[in-house]
Design a protein around this ligand. Structure first.
Ligand SMILES: O=c1ccn([C@@H]2O[C@H](COP(=O)(O)O)[C@@H](O)[C@H]2O)c(=O)[nH]1
Length: 271
């Protein structure tokens, strides 16, 4: 199934626009997993099983796995997710950006090695750095636009002419020129609801990946009001640490499930 079809299915069948991010930090794991060789896999699998009924997708952040030399555990998790929850979109958060020949390798990493449904991509090296991902027409290509961090303003707010900030120029480029296969989405931070609204106005119903609620403090009500599309959907609102580390006691699975359910309900209440 195409990424966009999987996403639509998850939005409607799980009645959820919450995406759970997997940012596994062994220092924060519950005691029962500490020191186990496959602790990252076990922890993430536990969180996936606990939260799957309440989410529209799962977003592993590749840096957390690579830093622990745990790419094999990420591969095993991707296999598990695909088998146990075949309708749930798998978004690999990699944010790669490089010249075309190298981007081809990064695209193969995301779509062949991990068999992700979608991947995050940094567009600031231009079209030829994004094109190899777009060649995978069934897959989602989720392009950084207005990121959730404060420092994003250093470059993304630069005026490219007539008062147009760079992030809106990127939004227009993606919507009008790069999205020929209808496979693109944009990353916009929940920490900047005014900018979410401007991006939504610019790109119509295109899906938005919105990190920044939970640990980064973004407001759910403001995010949903600014980001919903014409169908009242259109968002993958990501939360990672606030769900993963809701408890580090024996009840970590139940706490993650409750945090996901509460967040899903708060998003739906704001629709
Ligand atoms: O602008 C961006 C783009 C990506 N991220 C990623 O999302 C999660 C957020 O984690 P929380 O624990 O919910 O803060 C993380 O993987 C980031 O790399 C982002 O935060 N902002």
């Amino acid at each position: 199934m195409k990424f966009t079809e999987k996403l639509e299915h998850a939005w409607t069948h799980a009645d959820s626009m919450l995406m759970v991010g997997l940012d596994p930090d062994p220092q924060r794991f519950p005691a029962e997993l500490k020191g186990k060789p496959d602790a990252i896999y076990e922890f993430c699998k536990g969180v996936i099983d606990a939260t799957a009924p309440y989410v529209c997708g799962i977003k592993p952040q590749i840096a957390y796995f690579a830093a622990q030399r745990a790419e094999d555990q990420l591969e095993a998790l991707c296999d598990y997710l695909r088998t146990a929850y075949p309708h749930l979109p798998l978004v690999l958060d990699a944010k790669r950006g490089d010249i075309g020949s190298t981007a081809e390798q990064y695209a193969a990493e995301a779509f062949e090695r991990y068999r992700a449904d979608a991947v995050t991509v940094n567009p600031y090296m231009g079209f030829d750095s994004v094109e190899p991902y777009l060649a995978w027409e069934e897959k989602g290509v989720i392009i950084l636009c207005r990121t959730s961090n404060k420092g994003g303003s250093d470059l993304q707010f630069l005026d490219v002419g007539n008062g147009e900030p760079l992030y809106l120029h990127v939004a227009s480029l993606v919507a009008n020129r790069w999205n020929k296969n209808g496979q693109c989405a944009l990353v916009v931070g929940a920490t900047f609801p005014n900018e979410i609204a401007k991006v939504r106005e610019r790109v119509g119903d295109m899906p938005l990946l919105i990190p920044g609620i939970g640990a980064q403090g973004g407001d759910i009500g403001g995010t949903v009001a600014a980001g919903k599309n014409s169908a009242g959907l259109g968002m993958m609102i990501n939360s990672s640490r606030a769900i993963l580390y809701a408890s580090n006691g024996d009840d970590w699975r139940e706490a993650a499930a409750k945090a996901a359910l509460d967040t899903r309900n708060a998003i739906n209440a704001a629709k």
